[in-house]
Design a protein around this ligand. Structure first.
Ligand SMILES: Nc1nc2c(ncn2[C@@H]2O[C@H](COP(=O)(O)OP(=O)(O)OP(=O)(O)O)[C@@H](O)[C@H]2O)c(=O)[nH]1
Ligand SMILES: [Mg+2]
Length: 347
């Protein structure tokens, strides 16, 4: 089992802010915000990779032990495991039916060969979307607009990205575009402080598009390489709020017709099949160019990644695997599948 989906529960939680705070228009490099205690995510839960891994591991051991007959029972079991992990009925059925045909054509010498073919099929689903985010430094700034429904991990992901881009040597700035939720500005500022990154904010109830516009201007005048804009969480069914996203993009284009250069939608990996609908609706309003799937630590539902890949083909840039700044991985098809399959097949 690959360890990159596991978080260490002993590590401190990410910064988040409590309480409502108002801020005048400003560019600030640091604002104190009280840390928010977060219970260790999904402690004790068996991750979906472990679950499938366990199931297949058992099968492998059992099957290899009794000189297996490759039969439909094994395929049914695999199909159930995939659907339970939220790979989606369509994707699961496609994968299993392809395996069934090959099994009937006597392509597989044993169960191990069949499971290796399963691994290859799962990797093949993800390879087309495992395309990392490349920062184009000729854009100053390269603008990333972060969107998604409430509580999926947008602000946390921005904090993680800030750290990553800083470590890579980029200059960057954050825009506190969530002017809706109390404490959202302070939460982003806590991340800014932690990473020593400037945060442009206007405070609660300001116009999100105006914050984004100000930030783009500020980043430009400073020659900043990357600007990441936060937005308020919104349900894909909230028409007015969805229109606001399009407005933010429109206003950014007044300064740079190519901005935002990346529309990064954050999806909670525990959402299951509902994520499909969320992405469809957001993508209709503002074309999504990249995804971050969060909370893949300790979920049995992360298989939605396969369904998203199959349905949309939108690049999956990163996987969120915990609440700490370092709990973000560049999405990698092989590593993801290795984490869900038993070690005997994974590597
Ligand atoms: N376990 C786990 N928790 C995460 C991950 N990413 C974010 N979280 C937690 O999810 C909760 C919500 O994160 P936020 O970053 O505030 O989410 P948001 O999308 O900005 O929320 P709104 O602004 O309210 O829409 C926080 O408790 C985070 O610590 C992850 O990858 N794994
Ligand atoms: Mg937020």
């Amino acid at each position: 089992m690959v360890s990159w989906f596991r978080r260490k529960p002993s590590e401190p939680p990410a910064p988040a802010a409590e309480g409502s705070q108002r801020h005048a228009a400003m560019v600030t490099d640091s604002t104190a915000a009280p840390p928010h205690e977060i219970a260790p995510a999904a402690a004790g839960k068996l991750g979906w990779m472990q679950r499938i891994g366990k199931l297949l591991n058992t099968d492998v051991a059992e099957l290899l032990g009794r000189n297996p007959i490759l039969d439909d029972d094994l395929l049914d079991e695999i199909e159930t495991a995939l659907i339970t992990a939220d790979v989606g009925v369509t994707a699961s059925t496609e994968v299993v039916e392809a395996l069934r045909k090959r099994m009937q054509a006597r392509e597989f010498a044993d169960a191990r060969a069949l499971l290796a073919a399963l691994r290859a099929a799962l990797v093949a689903l993800l390879v087309p979307v495992a395309r990392p985010l490349a920062i184009d430094t000729s854009r100053k700034p390269f603008v990333i607009l972060t969107i998604g429904v409430n509580g999926v991990g947008k602000t946390t992901t921005i904090g993680k990205l800030a750290r990553r881009f800083k470590d890579e040597g980029h200059s960057l700035m954050l825009a506190a575009g969530d002017t809706f939720r109390a404490a959202a500005v302070a939460q982003l500022q806590a991340w800014g402080e932690r990473n020593d990154v400037a945060v442009v904010a206007q405070g609660q109830n300001a116009d999100a598009a105006s914050v984004a516009f100000d930030a783009l201007q500020a980043a430009r005048s400073r020659g900043t390489e990357v600007l990441i804009a936060d937005t308020a969480g919104r349900l894909h069914t909230q028409g007015g709020l969805m229109d606001e996203l399009a407005k933010v993009a429109r206003v950014l284009k007044k300064l740079d017709p190519d901005a935002p250069h990346e529309v990064l939608m954050v999806i909670d990996g525990t959402t299951g099949q509902n994520a499909i609908n969320q992405l469809r609706k957001f993508n209709e309003k503002i074309p999504v160019t990249g995804l971050v799937v969060t909370k893949l630590d300790g979920t049995a539902k992360g298989g939605v990644v396969f369904a998203l890949a199959r349905e949309f083909g939108i690049p999956i840039r990163f996987a969120g695997i915990g609440e700490r700044p370092e709990d973000l991985r560049v999405f990698d098809a092989n590593a993801f599948v290795d984490a869900m399959l038993p070690e005997s097949l994974g590597g």
